[in-house]
Design a protein around this ligand. Sequence first.
Ligand SMILES: N[C@@H](CCC(=O)N[C@@H](CS)C(=O)NCC(=O)O)C(=O)O
Length: 231
Amino acid sequence: MTLKLYTLRIADGREPSPFVWRARMALAHKGLAVERVPIGYGEKHKLAFSGQGLVPVLVDGERWVNDSWAIAQYLEDTYPDRPTLFGGAKGRAMALFINRWADVETLGALRLLLWPATWDHIPAADQAYFRADRETKAGMTLEAMRAEPEAKIAAFRRVLEPARQTLARQPYLCGDKPGYADYCLFGGFMWGKTVSPHRLLAADDPIHRWRAELLAAFDGMAAADPGYPVD
Ligand SMILES: N[C@@H](CCC(=O)N[C@@H](CS)C(=O)NCC(=O)O)C(=O)O
């Protein structure tokens, strides 16, 4: 039976959620076919079966799993004969740290840059909800968030330093081949590609090479998705 993944879709087929991107990359890594079920911000009722209102939600036959980290656990444990996402128990434990680092530091640094850019691509019917929710979370208006984008990009580049130093020495965070920890960091870049024309990385940044390889992975799945050109 084909797996289903509930995703967030905004205007022009764009799918900005960094957490959904983690799940999409994990499914592709496992070589599992998936049917995406895109919903808008105003369609959370479609997730009622999962008892919560956030994507991604994976449905596998009678079972469902929400939360990107839980989905990665589920895929690894349910499809152990497929390529591994973690490379064993220690790799899984360390991937959790990178997952949380990516959440707190990298997505934290991107929020004020990308929330207004996301709003720009949201259908008008959902804009009031998104504005109220994100302005409350940020403690400032979307207009105030738009100030000094270059400073925000510089702050984002600074928090990437551990990844930069790692990727200058080895192809992927997980070593010679990408794994789930790579997808955790990559999700934030896909949020950027989906909604923002800003250049998040300098061309000579070692992370730039890594991002290009993940954009091209799985027959260019991420590169082909609607968004801005990445240079
Ligand atoms: N910890 C969750 C976070 C999921 C999450 O925050 N999803 C966002 C999309 S990026 C969402 O569904 N937002 C709906 C909303 O803000 O109304 C995970 O890793 O899956």
